[in-house]
Design a protein around this ligand. Structure first.
Ligand code: FAD
Length: 383
């Protein structure tokens, strides 16, 4: 007997949605992807991909390309922003490969995203489709888009980020919580840094009491160096997802920091500023034919560099659960998925909120060694 796999719509082609769609298409599910943006551009930002994410990239088939594309830091260093003293030295590099089962890389977010989106069936990837309304009719889901078009699917995955329309449909309108912190982001050509007699380490977080600057290379050839900060700012009233910042604002925010950070600020041409948004863990991740993943389910401060990685792990676990129960049992699959993601995602949300990750020497194995394909599945009934 042949069973036909249910049709799936993924809303949002961010890192979580792209991972889910790539894995679903590989597993033979007819999967359409609807993305509101008219296209994607290479915005100035980097991202860490820990071994836990690289194991999913292996399944998608892009681990080797990413290893070539990314920088391979030997360590995550934490240092006192003012004195330069080392606070922690977390081994990565070959150690990560041996101990955690895959490489730890840092990469340009745009390059990673483009590579992931390239893995999708391009005929089933629809740009300029902003979901406005979703109607779960019991036997199918009807989606209405802002351009006046309509589509249907058997199952819908809300990978539509912190302001998810699917989350709102499930749980009602509620703005995310502004954390009281912003992040500045800038990419600097490494060429400029040669003018300084300083050591610019491959992955280092400079800390002081209430703020930090995380710095790393985003390309394998180490031509682009990137910083992302966490700085307190009581209000965010800009009404946009980011605004331009300035070298002067950076100088003021990090005036007590040492020469490496001052050099980075001196070399900054363009810097943007982003509000850091969170939600408390959601009471509901799925209902009937709708299910959430990534920031739609658990947006967090980015201070563990694990937000997108959690979205990618979610995607892999969701597909694993659908294959385990059989996708016709989607209610069981979605509940199995939630039971196997909620605790981990909520813990990562909390540690990210506290901003304590790797500030001191600690064992990161619970995050990095995690293998979403090997971890024994928890039965939702015994949670
Ligand atoms: P998103 O990336 O937000 O993607 C959602 C997609 O859905 C978007 O493409 C959007 O256009 C689309 N969409 C939204 N609404 C609709 C709609 N109605 N209809 C159709 N499409 C829609 N994470 C890491 O793992 N490592 C890091 O180093 C890291 N650094 C970060 C630094 C900063 C400053 C910030 C702010 C975040 C950082 N993160 C990092 C977190 C990471 O960016 C997010 O957790 C991640 O992007 C979540 O992925 P997602 O696919 O769930 O959502």
């Amino acid at each position: 007997m042949t069973t036909t796999k249910p049709s799936i719509a993924v809303i949002g082609a961010g890192l979580g949605g792209a991972a889910a769609a790539a894995l679903l298409q590989k597993a033979g599910y007819p999967t359409q992807v609807y993305e509101q943006a008219p296209e994607f551009s290479r915005l100035g930002a980097g991202i860490h991909l820990g071994p836990n994410a690289m194991k999913v990239m292996r399944r998608i088939g892009i681990e080797d390309q990413l290893e070539r594309m990314g920088s391979h830091p030997s360590h995550w260093f934490s240092r006192d922003g003012e004195t330069g003293e080392y606070l922690s030295r977390i081994p990565l590099g070959d150690f990560a490969k041996q101990e955690y089962g895959a490489a730890y890389i840092t990469v340009h977010r745009g390059d990673l995203h483009a590579l992931m989106v390239d893995q999708l069936d391009q005929d089933r990837l629809h740009f300029g489709k902003r979901l406005q309304k979703v109607d779960d009719q019991g036997d199918q889901v009807v989606m209405n888009f802002a351009d006046g078009t309509e589509a249907t699917a058997d199952l819908v995955i809300g990978a539509d980020g912190v302001n998810s329309v699917i989350r709102e449909h499930l749980l009602g309108e509620e703005a995310p919580i502004y954390s009281g912190w912003v992040a500045h982001r800038a990419i600097i050509p490494a060429e400029k840094l040669k003018a300084y007699d300083l050591d610019f380490e491959a992955c280092v977080k400079w800390w002081s009491e209430d703020r930090h600057m995380m710095v790393y290379y985003v390309t394998g050839d180490q031509k682009e160096y990137y910083y992302v900060t966490g700085v307190p700012e009581p209000d965010w009233n800009h009404g946009t997802s980011f605004v331009d910042s300035s070298r002067e604002e950076m100088r003021e925010a990090f005036k007590n920091y040492g020469p490496e950070v001052q050099a980075l600020i001196d070399c900054t041409d363009k810097v943007t500023k982003w509000p850091l948004l969170e939600r408390n863990p959601l009471p509901l991740w799925h209902d009937n034919r709708l299910v959430l993943l990534g920031d739609a389910a658990h947006p967090m401060k980015p201070h563990m560099a694990q937000g997108a990685v959690m979205a990618i792990e979610d995607a892999a676990m969701l597909v694993r659960c659908m294959e385990t129960t059989g996708a016709d049992n989607y209610a069981d699959a979605f509940e199995l998925y939630r039971a196997n993601r909620f605790e981990r995602a909520s813990r990562v949300q909390q540690v990210s909120h506290d901003n304590t990750w790797l500030r001191q020497n600690e064992d990161p194995a619970w995050v990095f060694a995690h293998d979403v394909y090997e971890v024994p599945l928890k039965d939702p009934k015994t949670e």
